[in-house]
Design a protein around this ligand. Structure first.
Ligand SMILES: [Zn+2]
Length: 98
């Protein structure tokens, strides 16, 4: 599914090397999408990222589909049992109704 302007996605923040902050999914609004798909692969999309402490704009954000965790694996489970690279975006985890 292609992102379009005004949609909500997840932006993955970077953790700090010392561990003061861990990488996390943040709410983000899509602010810009290249009209040409090939440009999207090169430049990514624009996001307005919202965190509990503030907000910022991020250009050239690339998609990352995440890496699935195996049962019992202790890597970061950011959302949907997947680990995502910092500085990328993905679709929010779908939560079943009820
Ligand atoms: Zn997420």
């Amino acid at each position: 599914v292609k992102p379009t302007v005004s949609q909500m996605v997840h932006y993955v923040s970077y953790g700090t090397p010392g561990g003061e902050y861990t990488s996390a999914c943040r709410a983000a609004v899509v602010t810009g999408v290249p009209a040409d798909d090939r440009r999207r692969e090169v430049y990514g999309i624009g996001l307005f990222v919202i965190t509990p402490d503030g907000h910022f704009n991020n250009r050239d954000t690339h998609y990352h589909e995440g890496e699935p965790l195996k049962p019992g694996e202790t890597r970061r489970d950011l959302c949907g049992n997947r680990d995502y690279a910092g500085g990328t975006w993905h679709w929010p985890e779908r939560v079943p109704d009820g």
